[in-house]
Design a binder for this molecule. Structure first.
Ligand SMILES: Nc1nc2c(ncn2[C@@H]2O[C@H](COP(=O)(O)OP(=O)(O)OP(=O)(O)O)[C@@H](O)[C@H]2O)c(=O)[nH]1
Length: 753
């Protein structure tokens, strides 16, 4: 918190003035009554009090107060007064400094060792210093030159120490305590006990003075409530009370009252102070011991409270755990009973310990009738024996056991079950505590399996004996899984020989196989009417019509093939196709094929802008050959003519028989000059070929006339018939001009070529 300098200065002035006033007032009270013999009794206590509460800033006030009291009130010399004042400030300052070296004790002042430290630091040392300085100054400069004797020093020291020990603990404690703590400790004892002690003290001091032991005895009774207070009340209260009673005693004595008065005199006075000192120290220690004890008790109470809390917590946790366990047990119980499968627990001796409702229903017995009995006793000999064998297996080492077993139901219905057994171990010790068995009814499954196997046998018979060749291969690797007798005959190899082997190599080409797989994918797993060529096991080729479906065969994804041999059909087809385009007499393309090719060539030439030529050929006077040598020889001549032409042509050229003795030749990418050369070469080759029998009665040579028509990209010709027509016109001109000639078509007959 911020404190302004002027405010702290005024506070300092206030405290300084207060300290000076208290010091001077006490000095006046004490010294005003008995002047010279009594040392300034409360001086050291006021100085120590000032330093404890406000610190060294009070030193000037202490110096001033001491000097005023010694010089003005006591009438000692100036030097002596100054030295005594310095001693009064220096002693408590030293004690204060030593006490500050132990900050914990300075702050709390709660244990007995704190009190010992306080007495040692503030009492003995501070009082010793101020007494030594004060007695020396008094001896040298004091009134009447009091001799410096040990007695003076001891008397001074005891006086100062008494005042410090009796009065100043209250200051230290008040400084450490907060106002809230003070209020909290205020109860009837705090008020009543000090009140009793005070009243007792006052009553004692109203008694007549004298040497009688009675007043002293009575006075000492005062200390009983005081001691009790010290033991029961906060340390600050007992220390303050101690100081108050001490002031009352001293004041009464100084004012010639009470039992102590008769003891006055130098020695007696010191005795009294020693008694006070002892009393103060005893009370202080009693208070501190009580404080320590109450603190220890509080600690024990705290520990007890903590332990109690822990125990409560543990108890609550145990209760929760117990509740959870019970809830879990209830859950397990209901879960077990909710299971449709019979479940049973048995001990290591095979006696049932617990079963669920499904088990009760299975055997037609309630829990109490089952518990404690064995497998054979409850389940009959067949299932019971298997049950006990499995238990034995498990208990002699295997981890889990599964078996199939028949069971004759109490209502005589035969059933089949799967038994699953496992060991039950203790969660903590891992000791085997029994066996758990769960049962599953597989009667319906078994019936289905039976039916399926009968169905399969029927299917196998049908498939085996079917006249349709059937083959089943595995989808992944085309391994042969099944083939019937008809398929074995078709492929010329038996299933027994090739079972499990890949059938991929039977396909004529991999393209058809890939096509089949794609179609299966596309057409939902069924492909009908696909034609493909296959290779038999002996290497011969065969055309087959396929119907294929995807399916399962035993444990595999499979392709099921049904075949029809179409080799003959395909051969006939091919023959027919050839017949349609081939001239049967010569084996070269017929008119239809030639004209189709000529049309295609025309389109190509138009597209690419290249020329081509068509030659029309006709055997000269062939009628004579027929007439003179016969029709058969005529046929042979025609065949020879065709072969001679074919020999003269390039691979890309095409020679066709248009009918009778007429032929045509297509010369792609050929202009009229080259065509003319080719035609001449042909003409000569025919002339030189020995197509006519050597001993020909007609004495003639076989010749041919040739007409040429050229297609130019710029020409107006738009179909091949027109072009062939032009070649025919040129041929006609060659015949006209005497035969065995080559003519090129021109627009005007006789126009230059
Ligand atoms: N041997 C045989 N003769 C055929 C065949 N086709 C047509 N002929 C005959 O071939 C002859 C063709 O005669 P043409 O072309 O009219 O006359 P040509 O005797 O050759 O006289 P030019 O052509 O004018 O030189 C006819 O007598 C037909 O009967 C055939 O396939 N075989």
């Amino acid at each position: 918190m911020f404190t302004s300098p002027s405010r702290s200065m005024s506070r300092w002035l206030f405290w300084s003035a207060g300290i000076v006033a208290s010091y001077v007032l006490l000095a006046w009270l004490v010294l005003g009554v008995r002047s010279t013999e009594i040392v300034l009794w409360p001086s050291a206590a006021v100085a120590a009090f000032a330093l404890i509460t406000r610190g060294p800033s009070m030193v000037p006030a202490v110096l001033l107060a001491s000097w005023v009291s010694n010089y003005l009130l006591l009438g000692w010399g100036l030097q002596a007064s100054l030295i005594i004042a310095a001693g009064d400030a220096l002693g408590p300052l030293l004690g204060w400094w030593v006490l500050r070296r132990r900050p914990a004790r300075w702050q709390e002042f709660q244990t007995t060792s704190d009190a010992i430290w306080f007495i040692a630091a503030m009492g003995m040392m501070a009082a010793a210093v101020s007494a030594a300085v004060g007695a020396t100054a008094a001896a040298f400069y004091g009134i009447g030159h009091t001799p410096l004797t040990p007695d003076l020093g001891v008397q001074w020291w005891v006086t100062d120490m008494t005042s410090i020990v009796v009065l100043t603990p209250a200051a230290a404690l008040l400084r450490a305590l907060s106002w809230e703590e003070m209020k909290a400790s205020l109860h009837w004892e705090t008020v009543l006990a000090p009140l009793l002690a005070l009243v007792g003290t006052l009553l004692t001091y109203t008694m007549p003075t004298g040497q009688s032991a009675l007043p002293i005895g009575l006075a000492s009774l005062v200390f009983l409530p005081l001691l009790w207070t010290a033991m029961r009340l906060p340390l600050a209260v007992s220390a303050s009370l101690n100081a108050l009673i001490a002031v009352v005693i001293v004041t009464a004595t100084v004012l010639h009252h009470g039992p102590m008065y008769s003891m006055l005199g130098s020695d007696r006075f010191v005795s009294m102070q020693i008694i006070l000192l002892a009393m103060a120290a005893a009370l202080l220690l009693a208070g501190l011991l009580a404080n320590e004890r109450s603190q220890a008790l509080k600690q024990v109470r705290d520990i007890n409270a903590t332990l109690e809390k822990k125990v409560n917590r543990r108890t609550a946790a145990l209760q929760i755990a117990q509740a959870t366990t019970q809830a879990q047990l209830r859950f397990q119980e209901s879960l077990l009973n909710a299971l449709p499968n019979p479940v049973a627990f048995s001990d290591p001796q095979g006696r049932f310990t617990r079963v669920n409702v499904a088990f009760n229903l299975l055997v037609g017995l309630g829990g109490p009738e089952i518990h404690g009995r064995t497998g054979t006793q409850i389940l009959g000999t067949t299932l019971g024996r298997i049950w006990e064998e499995m238990d034995h297996e498990l208990l002699s080492g295997s981890q889990q056991a599964t078996r199939e077993a028949p069971y004759l139901h109490p209502d005589h219905e035969p059933t089949v079950w799967i038994l699953n057994k496992a060991l039950v171990r203790d969660a903590v010790s891992r000791q085997i505590v029994g066996v758990v068995t769960s049962m599953q009814d597989i009667t319906a499954l078994k019936q289905l399996q039976q039916q399926l196997s009968e169905d399969e046998q029927r299917f196998r018979f049908l498939a085996e004996e079917s006249p349709v060749p059937l083959v089943i291969t595995r989808t992944t690797d085309a391994a042969l899984l099944f083939s019937n007798k008809a398929a074995d005959a078709l492929f010329r190899g038996s299933y027994a020989q090739y079972a499990g082997q890949s059938m991929r190599h039977l396909w004529g080409d991999s393209v058809s196989r890939d096509q089949l797989l794609q179609r299966l994918q596309r057409e939902g797993g069924v492909v009908r009417g696909m034609e493909a060529q296959f290779r038999r096991f002996d290497g011969t080729e065969v055309w087959l019509l396929l119907s294929v479906t995807r399916g399962r065969y035993r444990d595999d994804d499979a392709l099921i093939f049904a075949f029809k041999d179409i080799t003959e059909v395909k051969a006939r087809e091919s023959e027919l196709r050839n017949l349609a385009y081939t001239d049967t007499l010569t084996g070269i393309p017929n008119r239809r094929y030639f004209m189709a090719r000529a049309a295609a060539e025309l389109r190509r030439a138009q597209r690419e802008g290249t020329p081509f030529a068509v030659l029309a050929l006709d055997i000269d006077r062939f009628k004579l050959v027929n007439d003179q040598l016969g029709h058969q020889t005529g046929d042979a001549v025609i065949r020879c003519f065709a072969q001679t032409c074919m020999q003269q042509l390039r691979g890309q050229d095409l020679c066709g028989r248009l009918g009778g003795d007429e032929f045509a030749i297509l010369l792609p990418q050929t202009n009229r000059q080259v065509a003319f050369d080719v035609a001449q070469r042909l003409r000569l080759a025919i002339q030189e070929a020995s197509c006519l029998p050597p001993a020909s009665q007609i004495g003639m040579t076989l010749t041919t006339s040739i007409g040429i028509a050229e297609f130019l990209p710029i020409s107006s010709i738009s179909d091949s018939d027109e072009l062939l027509d032009r070649a025919d016109q040129a041929l006609y001109r060659a015949k006209e001009s005497g035969r065995n000639r080559v003519e090129i078509w021109t627009a005007e007959p006789g126009a230059p070529v």
